[in-house]
Design a protein around this ligand. Structure first.
Ligand code: IVH
Length: 671
């Protein structure tokens, strides 16, 4: 292809991908199948690899193209990023309306009511339609330049359609969806990591990461709600908030979609009430309604104070909070040995449920909030979020209250706790600690793992306490009479549990691997392992290098898996499970001879092949069980090179990846 043709093809691919991204991430109406999307994306990457000049800042490939940074560059805001005044009362809202009416006596005032998204404020600048800079609010005058991180947000276009103005500054909120938050926390817990307290913290923590590749794995979204500087616009800048949001939407930028308008205090109260009902169904957390003057030129006349505009106010919904007394701080030990301080509270009703315990996360968090036993504390519970201690009511502090110091001793087995450098979590190092043993058994029996009926907290405590089962292997040696003999255990429940154990022997291998509780191996990683290996034995004997070569398995995970299977006690456990008759075969494996001569192989296509078109070559490889990937790495098995192959060929040579031609490929495919 000529340079002009390449450029045209690249532009077409980029446009297609943008269109599908918008359909998927903004409209939630997928317009292409995953494999077809992957093919487009791969072709784009390949084209850019050979013709790096095509790799422009707005190319879809640049979503994760940012390099890790050691710190974020400072970004000075051209206009200060202001905050909002807020109120919790309808009376204050009425006063606000009166103040604005007084400033604009002549005008008829139209108001908009929109969700106040509970995330992080960001400001974006598009230049000639291309996302050029994105920054956090910081102190309002300057924030962090987090362009690379923001580019990873799939619902955010890197490029706007041709009708976009030459310079467009927009402001919005980055958030983590509720579903994404729940999933992320599940994963973190399964991998022995501290869960985030709420979606906002999770979003904030994600945006702070210095490597865009890691940010890309976090389920972040963005909603835009306002304009900054606009220059070189084709026609007029929309004169009202309602039209601004329509315009942003037309430009492909995600907006909240929920907006009310009204003139009177009554209208506003009604809209705020409607939003309160609707907000629980939204994908993102809202902590209030933002009331804004609809007409932008009237806003100008109204002006701003030093911190906030005079033409807007946030009405905050009463958080689901309550005050209660912190009776004690206990420490729980999880299956990974993590010592988690827990607030034992005077029971209190919040949002319809009684809360008697709340997580305190870790020692650092308690010290930061200076939480002391005996304090009156504010507890918050919202949606799916774990109840948390928000703050101490200092006015009610008792004189004798002393600062909390975590006892660096495991409360269960009294071992000296240890902490890794840079970590905030103290851990019990004793693998035989009863709390860890219970945690491992509970995890093994849990629904997401081996799904063993009856194997909950209560029974596990009894089994471990009585010494009947101290590891998962011993579960399978239990006799009905032993279980039935436990205190308060009905014959029927004992039978159910024994039946549950029997049924669990047929579970898919990935559930077993996940259930074993190997550090860093969540359900997703367990599945990835079982897609690669057909049996437990193959997995057990896999080398670290082989493990690292699996998609979704990084060095840390590979090390952890290899280490676990290298331990003689763990090996012995596996043998016990084998004897007990557990299924050791994966039903989700996708490698293996049966699936073709290239099964499990990753190939890169580069240059122009003499006979086959790219997609034809790709189809042949896939039919032979192989996978076509976009770029050359140590994990690549072959590079198929044709005419005018570029940097991929060089890279293959550098990494000693075998390079083959078309006829060799056909031979490998068995043709
Ligand atoms: S308008 C000039 N609209 O709430 C001020 N802000 O508590 C423009 N926020 O800093 C702000 N949703 O980060 C506006 N629909 C919305 C919002 C919103 C969330 C945030 C924003 C602001 C903070 C104030």
């Amino acid at each position: 292809m000529s340079a002009a043709e390449n450029k045209k093809r690249h532009a077409m691919l980029a446009e297609e991908i943008r269109r599908h991204d918008h359909a998927y991430y903004v409209l939630a109406e997928p317009s292409i199948s995953d494999p077809d999307y992957d093919r487009l994306y791969r072709e784009l990457l390949d084209l850019e690899e050979v013709h790096p000049e095509l790799q422009t800042a707005d190319s879809p490939s640049q979503r994760v193209g940012g390099k890790p940074v050691s710190e974020f560059p400072e970004h000075r805001h051209a206009q200060p990023m202001m905050s909002l005044d807020n109120t919790y009362s309808f009376n204050e809202l009425a006063e606000f309306l009166k103040r604005v009416e007084k400033r604009l006596p002549e005008a008829e005032l139209d108001w908009t009511i929109e969700p106040k998204i509970d995330g992080l404020a960001v400001s974006l600048r598009y230049e000639n339609g291309v996302l050029a800079v994105g920054a956090t609010r910081g102190d309002g005058a300057s924030g962090d330049d987090i362009t690379g991180n923001l580019k990873t947000i799939r619902s955010l276009p890197l490029r706007l359609p041709a009708k976009a103005p030459a310079v467009l500054k927009v402001r919005g909120e980055v958030f983590m969806s509720r579903a994404g938050f729940a999933k992320l926390n599940e994963k973190r817990k399964a991998e022995g990591e501290e869960p985030f307290a709420n979606p906002r913290n999770a979003a904030a923590g994600s945006l702070k990461m210095l490597d865009p590749k890691m940010v890309a794995e976090r389920p972040l979204g963005i909603i835009l709600y306002g304009l900054g500087e606009v220059d070189g616009v084709n026609g007029d800048v929309p004169p009202t908030q309602v039209e601004v949001l329509d315009w942003l939407e037309e430009l492909g930028l995600p907006t909240a979609g929920e907006i009310w308008t009204g003139q009177s205090h009554d209208d506003l109260v009604a809209a705020i009430g409607e939003l309160d009902l609707a907000r629980h169904e939204l994908d993102y957390e809202t902590d209030g309604a933002v009331i804004k003057l609809n007409n932008l030129s009237l806003r100008e006349q109204c002006g701003v104070t030093s911190k906030a505009p005079r033409w807007a106010i946030a009405y905050k919904y009463a958080a689901e909070q309550a005050e209660t007394v912190l009776k004690a701080i206990t420490v729980q030990v999880g299956r990974t040995g993590a010592l988690t301080p827990v607030a034992e509270l005077e029971p209190v009703l919040i949002a319809g449920s009684t809360v008697a315990r709340a997580t305190l996360h870790n020692e650092e968090e308690i010290q930061r909030k200076d939480i002391r036993v005996g304090d009156t504390v504010v507890i918050e519970k919202a949606g799916e979020i774990i109840p948390a201690v928000v703050e101490v009511v200092l006015g009610k502090r008792l004189k004798k209250a002393t600062a909390f110091v975590l006892n660096k001793e495991c409360p269960e087995c009294k071992s000296q706790a240890a902490k890794d450098e840079g970590d905030v979590v103290w851990r019990c190092p004793n693998p035989d600690c009863a709390a860890q043993v219970r945690g491992r058994l509970e995890h093994f029996c849990a629904r997401g793992a081996m799904d063993i009926e009856g194997g909950g907290e209560v029974l596990v405590r009894q089994l471990v306490g009585s010494g009947l089962a101290l590891n998962v292997g011993e579960l399978y040696k239990l006799a009905l009479a032993e279980v039935a003999g436990l205190e308060r255990m009905a014959e029927k429940s004992a039978q159910n549990f024994i039946d549950g154990l029997e049924a669990s022997k047929q579970r898919d291998l990935w559930r077993l691997i996940f259930g074993l509780g190997i550090l860093h191996v969540g359900a997703g990683v367990a599945k990835a392992l079982c897609r690669r290996y057909a049996t437990m034995d193959e997995l057990m004997d896999a080398s670290e290098e082989e493990l690292v070569a699996i998609d979704d398995v990084g060095e840390v995970i590979a090390k952890s898996v290899h280490f676990w299977f290298g331990d003689s006690q763990n090996r012995a456990l596996i043998e016990v499970l084998r004897k007990a008759g557990l299924n050791f075969e994966s039903s989700i494996v996708i490698s293996g001879e049966a699936l073709g001569p290239l099964a499990g192989k990753a190939l890169v296509l580069t240059g122009t092949l003499p006979n086959l078109k790219r997609h034809e070559a790709a189809a042949r490889i896939e039919a032979a069980g192989g996978k076509v990937i976009g770029s050359v790495s140590k994990k690549t098995d072959y590079v198929v090179a044709g005419e005018s192959a570029g940097s991929k060929l060089t890279k293959a040579e550098k990494l000693s990846v075998p390079v083959i031609d078309e006829s060799e490929l056909l031979r490998l495919c068995g043709e």
